[in-house]
Write a protein that binds this ligand. Structure first.
Ligand SMILES: Nc1nc2c(ncn2[C@@H]2O[C@H](COP(=O)(O)OP(=O)(O)OP(=O)(O)O)[C@@H](O)[C@H]2O)c(=O)[nH]1
Ligand SMILES: [Zn+2]
Length: 348
């Protein structure tokens, strides 16, 4: 793109706006410091970010209650939904200030418009890769999602939805599922068309913070609608302020899942869901060849045993991966998937 020439006046205006913004942030921070010093904020509390909009966040107190609109100390950057924070409530209890971020157990990143990876959500325990009887899944696409999930260090699990459309015998899909279960991935099946069709999913979600990803049309929205049936529940996690609709951005949000059917012991501890349109599309991010290779978990035992240290597992003599495919220890379709994904890196 050719550099757009800005007139001197435009440049001056932009600088002025930026200077004003910086001044406002400084002022706010020194006001915070004054207020903190003057004891206008209550004691430190733990909380979790349930939504974020630039420099303001909604924080859910660990002790319970609705989320509180908070702003950030100027020295805190890059907080995202799911972050654990230490915050202090203003004495009028209407808002608060976040003073520190807790350590993250995991972070999900996506490229920004300039291609730089930016965190979008933190402290996620599992990535639920949704696929469906219709549209029929390509094993290659499932592998693509699995590899992307493995690269984040967050545990993936597979959700096969629309099993009401499954042929009597289960067809090829059952075999596909067995393959992934054989690799150690949890697999649950669901249908939004039958009462109790989400029982296995509830058990999977229980006690964890999850995100749903997957191809268009597999039923992510339908599943989430069923899990959060109440519109009020969906917005319940948000503070009064953000309900006014000032923020229509596509920020990630953290939801508390209500327990399925109270009374069934398994389903008692409900779990949490972080969702945004951007997160749902996760999986098609750029990876490098090493990430792809290591993303095939059954390769891990074999990697490093090839004769050549820089083996790319094509037709090199003494390739341990090719030998494992020969012996039937690595499924030929998984290996073909690996090859296809690596080739797609080369052409993109
Ligand atoms: N038969 C059947 N249809 C379902 C099931 N779940 C969802 N659908 C239908 O599948 C279609 C797609 O569902 P969505 O929930 O919009 O899928 P999505 O994954 O959110 O799709 P995007 O919004 O494009 O990402 C809709 O027509 C749903 O009614 C199911 O369990 N069984
Ligand atoms: Zn090799």
């Amino acid at each position: 793109m050719s550099k757009r020439k800005l007139s001197r006046q435009q440049r001056w205006r932009i600088e002025k706006v930026q200077a004003e913004r910086a001044r406002r942030a400084d002022r706010r921070d020194s006001q915070d410091s004054d207020k903190l010093a003057a004891g206008e904020y209550g004691p430190e509390q733990n909380g979790r970010v349930v939504a974020h909009f630039g420099r303001t966040l909604d924080v859910r107190p660990d002790e319970g209650g609705t989320a509180v609109r908070c702003h950030l100390r100027a020295n805190l950057e890059g907080l995202v939904t799911g972050d654990r924070v230490i915050w202090r409530a203003a004495h009028d209890a209407r808002d608060g200030v976040v003073v520190a971020r807790g350590e993250r157990t995991s972070v999900l990143e996506r490229p920004d418009p300039r291609g730089q990876l930016k965190p979008v959500a933190a402290n996620i325990d599992q990535i639920l890769i949704v696929f469906a009887v219709e549209p029929a899944p390509h094993a290659n696409l499932i592998d693509r999602y699995l590899v992307a999930a493995e690269a984040t260090g967050i545990a993936p699990a597979l959700v096969l939805n629309k099993i009401d459309l499954l042929p009597e015998q289960g067809g090829e899909l059952r075999a596909l599922l067995a393959r992934y279960e054989g690799l150690g991935y949890p697999v649950v099946t669901t249908t939004t068309e039958r009462e109790g069709g989400l029982a296995d999913l509830y058990a999977r979600l229980s006690g964890r913070t999850s995100v749903f990803v997957g191809q268009s049309g597999v039923g992510k929205s339908s599943l989430i609608d069923r899990l959060l049936p109440d519109e009020a529940l969906r917005i319940g996690a948000l503070s009064e302020d953000s309900r006014k609709g000032r923020h229509t951005t596509t920020t990630a949000r953290l939801y508390d899942l209500p327990a399925a059917d109270a009374g069934t012991p398994d389903e008692a501890g409900s779990g949490e869901l972080i969702d945004s349109p951007g997160i749902r599309e996760f999986g098609l991010i750029h990876l490098d060849e090493q990430q792809v290779t290591e993303g095939f978990i059954e390769f891990r035992d074999v990697l490093g045993r090839c004769r050549f240290r820089d083996c790319r597992h094509r037709q090199e003599p003494g390739c341990a991966l090719l030998a494992a495919v020969e012996r039937g220890e690595i499924h030929p379709e998984r290996f073909a998937s690996f090859r296809r994904i690596v080739e797609s890196l080369e052409t993109s």
